[in-house]
Design a protein around this ligand. Structure first.
Ligand SMILES: *Cc1c(COP(=O)(O)O)cnc(C)c1O
Length: 408
């Protein structure tokens, strides 16, 4: 087995083979009709939501940010367990509406929204998280044109950032949201005869594994939300405080301890004053809900030795799993947890490089791994693959077949 990872301490094995949702990896490939394949475990999705619900404050609303994994079956499933869905494009909006949830529990964030997207959102009755002054003006126009009052939340670019975040999305100049310092004037001039003002969206970062950093960001987010609520022209119905809860990918990364984060949130909820007390607080999470529950499976198609280095070549790679290849924002490439799914207990190991079928040295599935000796037709599994996989990868690059997906 490669370097110890939290994730690998929770795997089930039968006949030397990895079990996902109670089925062998080889059986899952049969069901899917071949490889490569993303498998998402319904049980693991359920457990994850239940575990988080059990520790988080009861009044905190939990939303699923569907861009992490927009497979319609996954979104449908998550919609039955959570309080709302967050979308970031028109197509995601249609997937969210397809679940049948109340449109008022769907919010649409994202920079550079097109007018057609805004009109669709307003017509559907979902909440638009406004990201710029021009976008707000467009919604006033749409209100006149359609005779429907757009449901609007203002996305704020806070005056702080989420420390230790894998992807900083706020603080300083940003393409996301409206700068916090502009909000007083915007709120003073908000035309509530044309829009139905709902509240605020304050998202400060993604993929955070440090409870301390999240606690600090939540404190500042509540402070900012309290200030903005005071200035609001009508009762603030909800404040979306973003997400940011991360999952461990690389050797040395530890599972986030959500307990202190939850305790802090409970304190912040209790200590609210005035009109802010009546606002619903929403946390939106993508990766945290689905990341652990997904597995990428591909098959070894060739094995060769080049100047002493052993290569396992697979039918899967960067075109399906860009983030695992190390080309989705990582500065230094590190391995996700990777194993040979049908040789989990084998004692004889070898050092291998696992590479995909693309004509680029960037197409790495796993580098410098010590794994059980593998052969052609063996199954490689990449763990932590439920978020930012199939749809966050350049599937058309080199025109190989697209990846299969299975929720089971
Ligand atoms: C991407 C995104 C999320 C989800 O982030 P995760 O790190 O996957 O939890 C939530 N909210 C907004 C506005 C986003 O853009």
């Amino acid at each position: 087995m490669s370097k110890k990872h939290d994730r690998l301490e929770r795997i089930n094995v039968r006949d030397n083979e990895l079990l996902i949702a109670g089925r062998k990896a080889s059986e899952l490939l049969e069901i899917a009709g071949g490889s490569p394949l993303y498998v998402y475990s319904r049980t693991e999705l359920n457990d994850r939501v239940k575990e988080l619900r059990a520790v988080m404050p009861e009044t905190l609303k939990l939303h699923y940010a569907i861009k992490a994994n927009p497979m319609p079956a996954v979104v449908q499933h998550m919609s039955t367990m959570l309080d709302g869905l967050d979308v970031a494009s028109h197509k995601e909006m249609l997937v969210a509406l397809g679940t049948g949830v109340n449109p008022e529990t769907i919010s649409f964030a994202g920079p550079a929204k097109q007018v057609v997207e805004l009109r669709a959102a307003v017509s559907a009755g979902i909440i638009v998280n406004v990201e710029s002054i021009l976008e707000l003006e467009r919604l006033y126009t749409i209100s006149d044109e359609l005779g429907i009052k757009p449901k609007v939340a203002l996305r704020v670019n806070p005056d702080f950032e989420l420390k230790s975040s894998g992807m900083k999305m706020a603080g300083g100049p940003k393409q996301f949201g409206i700068d916090a310092e502009l909000m007083p004037e915007i709120l003073a001039n908000l035309d509530t005869s044309k829009i139905d003002f709902k509240g605020f969206h304050i998202f400060s970062g993604s993929q955070n594994l440090k409870a301390d950093a999240l606690i600090e960001a939540h404190g500042k987010t509540f402070e900012l939300a309290a200030r903005l609520t005071e200035l609001s022209p009508s009762q603030v119905e909800h404040v979306n405080i973003g997400g940011g809860l991360g999952i461990p990918y690389f050797p040395g990364e530890k599972t986030l301890d959500v307990m202190p984060v939850s305790e802090n949130l409970q304190r912040l909820l209790n200590n609210r004053k005035g009109a802010f007390q009546k606002a619903e607080i929403v946390m939106e999470l993508g990766r945290y809900f689905v990341g652990d529950a997904g597995y990428y499976l591909c098959k070894v198609t060739d094995k060769k030795i080049s100047r002493g280095q052993t290569y396992l070549m697979t039918d899967g790679g960067l075109h399906h799993h860009l983030s695992n290849s190390g080309n989705f924002g990582q500065v230094i490439r590190k391995n996700y947890p990777v194993l040979i799914a049908n040789r989990l207990d084998s004692d004889e190991t070898e050092k291998v490089e696992i590479v995909g079928p693309l004509c680029t040295p960037l197409d790495i599935v796993g580098a410098k791994l010590e794994l059980p000796k593998a052969d052609v037709n063996d199954i490689v599994v990449v763990f932590q693959s439920g978020a930012y996989g199939a749809t966050a990868s350049p599937q058309n690059f080199l025109s190989h077949p697209h990846v299969r997906e299975l929720l089971i």
